[in-house]
Design a protein around this ligand. Structure first.
Ligand SMILES: [Zn+2]
Ligand SMILES: [Zn+2]
Length: 115
């Protein structure tokens, strides 16, 4: 891993503080690492690829919204349609909880499979 400094610009000047790893998650074919500097700036870095990825999306048969985090409290466990799509998410809306879990690096099921 290269030496990383905070890339956020403050009044046109790069912050450049040391970064600390805050969260890791997988999004599509990318490993994503979220870093935070000691001023609280967040940056995301993508590393690819994740090995043996298997992206699973589920939605209830009577809902428009796809879930992709199997730790979502609304993750469908019955009466669902499941699709597997490593690169392209299915068309349609996405569960807001899943999106916020993914943003927070707390999504356990975006990819299901070994690293
Ligand atoms: Zn910073
Ligand atoms: Zn969800």
């Amino acid at each position: 891993m290269p030496e990383l400094t905070c890339p956020v610009l403050v009044n046109g000047v790069q912050c450049a503080r040391d970064l600390h790893e805050k969260a890791k998650y997988k999004a599509g074919i990318f490993n994503t690492i979220v870093y935070e500097c000691d001023r609280g700036h967040l940056s995301r870095f993508l590393y690819q690829p994740v090995k043996a990825i298997r992206c699973v999306y589920r939605r209830l048969t009577d809902s428009m919204f796809w879930h992709f985090c199997d730790n979502c409290t609304d993750w469908p466990k019955k009466n669902y349609i499941e699709v597997e799509s490593p690169e392209h998410p299915p068309a349609g809306g996405f569960c807001l909880q899943c999106i916020s879990k993914r943003k927070d690096g707390d999504c356990s099921g975006w990819n299901v499979g070994p690293d």
